[in-house]
Design a protein around this ligand. Structure first.
Ligand code: OGA
Ligand code: MN
Length: 298
């Protein structure tokens, strides 16, 4: 079995054609796909029609699956039959949401606010509106490389504090405040802002919507730098906006990619995406093989 591929956009991504993803795939082909994934940050497959089991099996080719903890008591859990699948949707049944509509609003990488962020994630578009509901992807290798020296020297080897507790009500205004128990479960974490990718050894920018403070900087200066880095990494030069079609599957590498749901009003039609998520490992920054700056819990 051979497949073909084509660049998705200048900044990021590759589309892969000619594979049947509903059946077990040769180890050699998986290695080739992984190489493309590592080199291009995101992979797109089109016209997929598969069951939750098939999505889960295909995702497992890339690592161990992560089961998303329930984000809030007002949201439904993951797919009840398959807890490995997290539901992103604007659909309501009997007045209750069947998934989390605003899961991805604001630039981020999945799990960036956890001690061990997620390695990758895969979204499968079951239903999408005719207009709106796009998703942006930013290549943080490229933004890191293009970062002006005067900004880079200020952050290299430094960590940022990522805080679910501080940012929950700002990033998820539609959800009730975190309970005491939820706060205890989501302690703040410090991650290196420039991160060495553990598989490619390349440097990428690791910042996002849960970052609130920078090591060794006064609070307001840190916040300004975070804003500046976010604006920089999401410049047109580094991003691709995906307009979903039914049957699209995108696998992205959270370690070197930020993504963002483009907010939409939800009146345009139903949006129903199913996400599988991969476990990751502890972020670090390695300077010429010498100095290591690791993440740690606050
Ligand atoms: C996610 C996410 C983006 C979107 O599922 O992790 O960020 O467009 N989704 O819904
Ligand atoms: Mn996300």
């Amino acid at each position: 079995m051979k497949f073909e591929c084509q660049r998705l956009s200048d900044p990021i991504g590759v589309e892969i054609f000619g594979l049947n993803l509903t059946k077990p795939i040769d180890e050699k082909i998986i290695q080739d796909i992984r190489r493309l994934w590592l080199d291009n940050n995101i992979l797109l497959f089109r016209n997929i029609d598969w069951t939750p089991e098939q999505q889960i099996s295909f995702t497992k080719n890339f690592g161990k699956l992560h089961i998303m903890p329930q984000l809030s008591s007002v949201l439904p859990p993951n797919l009840t039959t398959h807890p490995e699948i997290f539901i992103v949707s604007n659909i309501k049944k009997n007045g209750k949401p069947i998934g989390f509509k605003a899961a991805g609003w604001g630039w981020h990488s999945d799990g960036e606010d956890k001690h061990i962020p997620n390695m990758g994630s895969m979204l499968y578009a079951v239903d999408v509106p005719n207009k709106g509901g796009d998703t942006g992807f930013a290549n943080t290798y490229k933004s890191c490389e293009a970062l002006p020296q005067e900004i880079k020297k200020n952050i290299v080897g430094k960590r940022a504090r990522f805080s679910r507790i501080t940012m929950h009500s700002i990033n998820y205004p539609s959800l009730p405040p975190l309970t005491r128990k939820e706060k205890l479960e989501r302690p703040d974490v410090w991650h290196p802002i420039i991160r060495t990718h553990p598989e490619t050894n390349r440097e990428c920018l690791f910042i996002g919507r849960w970052a609130v403070e920078i090591e060794g900087m006064p609070a307001d200066e840190g916040r300004d730098v975070i804003k500046e880095l976010t604006a920089f990494t999401t410049k047109d030069d580094f991003i691709y906006i995906h307009k979903w079609k039914i049957g699209d599957v995108i696998l992205w590498d959270n370690r070197c990619t930020q993504h963002c749901a483009v907010p939409y009003d939800g009146e345009e039609g139903m949006r129903y995406l199913l996400r599988t998520t991969l476990e990751g490992d502890l972020p670090y920054y390695k300077n010429k093989g010498e100095k290591q700056v690791c993440s740690y819990l606050a």
